[in-house]
Design a protein around this ligand. Structure first.
Ligand code: PSV
Ligand code: MN
Ligand code: MN
Length: 424
């Protein structure tokens, strides 16, 4: 399955007149439309290899068919997304779900699809076939040094795959923790984990970053050894300059103020990576922006403010990735929706009148501060996002074109109905 340039051009020609009308009206009202469009054109968010198949729950999985059966097909799927929206030009792999057999062939396939390799993800939360020791009671925290060593070696292996593919970062998410009080000595679990992470850190190339991802609960339900941003920050501070905290939007306790967390991590120069999704309850991994779009905007508001304050490059200085997957929608349509929601929230954050906000804050003008944020949030920026996509060579309406071209139907005829993408 491949999308041709002329299919995109044809689609754009059909929509162009009404798009231009809406775009001109909006651009006319905004002081910085061109600047926002430039930022949107540059923005890229990585797609994880495991989001391309229908996600399951522990109660069942309902495959939609045409799912990618190997790494090559996963790259092809992300190629389709990127051709449509020009903002998904990176893939994040999970080892051992995506072990590349022929590096040169995989690299060249990615290149043909306009993709680079984003963060590599290790997996010590599942036992793999042929593995000697079990992670049932944790990996890097384990009471047995031999299990910890196995986990460290796996992570070093992942780095090696990443070097071959041109990746520049390793994301470590650990399921380590305990499910019952008394099961674990918290301090020893922390120390063991730190020591293991240090060994992995030693193997990190000079130009790589390590992202330490935290999560409040699940699969352990009493304690998690990298359970919140405080613990992640402790690890990354102790590890060194190449280690950063990774924020996954679904990994907090209910009502956590994620925008404040983001602001402080940026202030400390320790925010490294981001996993986008949305949730109502826990780590629901729903489509980004589908449940709490205002929160997503508030997070982007802090990201923009914090990155500008530190002179950071919006596109390259943080690792942006979607980490969502669920049971109901076509996974590719879902990802198109997530990317759109991310770009909308980003564009809205770029519209905030920062000078006026600083003045309102200095004057304790609470009402004015709120108005300024909501003025930006309530602006319908979709024509700006579409214009950026048009200028970058993408489709004015990626989801509509995806359906018009019957991409899923074509994938099903190529791959069949009984497909299971590798992953969770
Ligand atoms: C864990 O819930 C997580 O968010 C981590 O990023 C994993 O690597 C990913 O999901 C895939 O299971
Ligand atoms: Mn995640
Ligand atoms: Mn998660």
């Amino acid at each position: 399955m491949h999308i041709d340039k002329h299919q995109i051009t044809q689609h754009n020609e059909q929509l162009e007149v009404s798009h231009r009308r809406r775009f001109m009206r909006l651009a006319d009202e905004l002081p910085n439309a061109e600047q926002v469009i430039g930022r949107l054109v540059d923005f890229e968010v990585a797609i994880p290899s495991w989001a391309l198949g229908t996600g399951g729950t522990r109660f069942g999985r309902f495959s939609g068919g045409g799912e990618p059966r190997n790494l090559e097909e996963k790259i092809a799927d992300i190629g389709v997304l990127h051709a449509l929206n020009r903002s998904s030009g990176a893939i994040s792999l999970h080892i051992p779900w995506d072990i590349p057999e022929d590096y040169a062939a995989i690299r060249s396939l990615a290149q043909q699809n306009g993709l680079v390799f984003d963060a590599m993800n290790s997996n010590t939360f599942q036992d793999q076939p042929g593995q000697t020791l079990s992670y049932k009671f944790g990996s890097m925290q384990h009471v047995d040094k031999a299990v910890r060593k196995q986990a460290v070696e796996h992570n070093i292996e992942v780095i090696k795959h990443g070097i071959e593919l041109g990746s520049k970062s390793l994301t470590v998410w650990l399921a380590d923790g305990s499910s019952f009080p008394g099961q674990l000595n918290f301090r020893k679990a922390f120390q063991n984990t730190l020591e293991s992470l240090q060994e992995v850190y030693e193997a990190l190339p000079g130009d790589w970053k390590m992202f330490v991802e935290y999560k409040a609960f699940e699969p352990n339900f009493y304690s998690t050894t990298v359970g919140d941003w405080g613990q992640s920050l402790l690890y990354s501070n102790k590890l060194g300059d190449k280690a950063y905290t990774l924020v996954d939007l679904g990994h907090h306790l209910p009502n956590a103020n994620i925008e404040q967390i983001v602001a402080l991590l940026l202030m400390e120069g320790k925010l490294g990576g981001f996993h986008f999704n949305d949730s109502k309850y826990g780590d629901d991994d729903l489509t980004t922006g589908s449940v709490k779009p205002y929160q997503l905007f508030l997070i982007f508001n802090e990201l923009v403010e914090g990155m500008d304050n530190r002179g950071m490059d919006h596109t390259n200085d943080l690792g942006w990735m979607i980490d969502a997957s669920h049971n109901l929608k076509d996974p590719l349509e879902d990802l198109l929706q997530s990317v759109e929601a991310i770009l909308i929230a980003y564009a809205q954050a770029l519209l905030v009148d920062r000078v006026a906000l600083v003045e309102a804050q200095a004057a304790n003008d609470v009402v004015r501060a709120q108005e300024l944020l909501q003025q930006a949030f309530r602006t319908d920026v979709r024509p700006l996002v579409a214009e950026a996509r048009l200028r970058a060579g993408g489709a004015l309406n990626p989801l509509q074109l995806f359906r018009e071209l019957d991409v899923r139907g074509q994938l099903i005829s190529e791959r069949g109905t009984k497909t299971t993408a590798t992953g969770l």
